[in-house]
Design a protein around this ligand. Structure first.
Ligand code: GLN
Length: 290
């Protein structure tokens, strides 16, 4: 079978399974299996495909037709220009989350300490460390399995800087000590009642614990804001990724927790995606002289 025939076969099967981007996904799986790039496929459509590789391609197409996310089949997702390893132990990094990293990068200075709460694949923390100098980071997740992926990503993407990232397993702040200039977090924020309506790729294959934000989706914001005061330096900053309709509620929760200069940032689709603010310790009676 020739390359263009393999591609058409894959596209057709994915279309029948109502996969939204059938042609694109069929091509990306071709690139992955046959180790070719897009331009090679366009220039050499008549090349004969290796039969063993075609069998492997057929298998991946069938799994994609079962709604397994493409990234779990190729094993990677590009995020901030870096190729992160991903598998069903972690949520696939989303482009929306790059907005969070870009906002933090505006304020991050050399040598600062960053805490990434609910780190998953480690994509936020590792990007921040990769694109800064002398910073140290701690990534926390309740899932030991997810942390294995994060550690592997740190080793591969931070290279000689891989010591700058430490990953701790535990329930939010339980395993954390010390104070940080930055806390960043993309916590689970989907309201429980909405989970059944997610795309089958997300609902049936991504880790539910990375998505479920409780009854109103805000459980983790409340818990993190309730505890973060002990872990942020005075004047430190907290950055949250949020759902498109959570900016008002999360901003109000931040204000109640003592944050000032609270800002909401939109993602590339124009939806509210990040809320951040500056933590100012409440003055004690002694400091105010009262
Ligand atoms: N943005 C993700 C989604 O829509 C949710 C990520 C999260 O809960 N942190 O699937």
């Amino acid at each position: 079978m020739r390359y263009h025939e393999c591609w058409a076969w894959g596209e057709n099967l994915l279309k029948q399974a109502q996969i939204p981007e059938a042609k694109l996904d069929a091509r990306l799986l071709m690139e992955h299996v046959f180790c070719v790039d897009r331009s090679y496929l366009l220039v050499h459509p008549e090349d004969e495909a290796d039969p063993g590789l075609f069998a492997a391609y057929q298998e991946l197409i069938r799994r994609r037709a079962d709604r397994i996310p493409l990234q779990y089949l190729t094993g990677t997702q590009n995020f901030m220009g870096l190729d992160f390893l991903v598998d069903p132990r972690v949520l696939v990094p989303r482009q929306d989350t790059e907005t969070l990293v870009e906002e933090v990068m505006r304020e991050l200075q050399d040598g600062m300490r960053i805490l990434d709460m609910c780190t998953g694949s480690g994509c936020i923390l590792i990007s921040l460390l990769r694109y800064s100098n002398g910073c140290q980071g701690v990534g926390v997740d309740i899932s030991r399995e997810a942390l294995l992926v994060a550690e592997e990503n740190a080793k591969r993407l931070l290279l000689e800087k891989s010591d700058s990232a430490v990953f701790l397993q535990g329930d939010l702040f339980a395993p954390v000590s010390g104070k940080f200039e930055f806390i960043v977090s993309n916590p689970p924020y989907i309201a429980e009642s909405v989970l059944p309506d997610l795309m089958p790729e997300v609902r049936d294959h991504e880790p539910a614990a990375a998505l479920n934000g409780g009854r109103d989706g805000l459980d983790f914001y409340r818990r993190i804001l309730g505890e973060c005061g002990g872990y942020l330096k005075n004047g430190g900053m907290l950055y949250f990724e949020i759902g498109y309709d959570q900016a008002g509620e999360v901003s109000a929760l931040m204000e109640d927790a003592g944050f000032q200069e609270i800002h909401v940032v939109k993602d590339l689709a124009g939806l509210d995606r990040v809320v951040y603010g500056t933590y100012l310790e409440k003055k004690t009676d002694k400091q105010t002289g009262k």
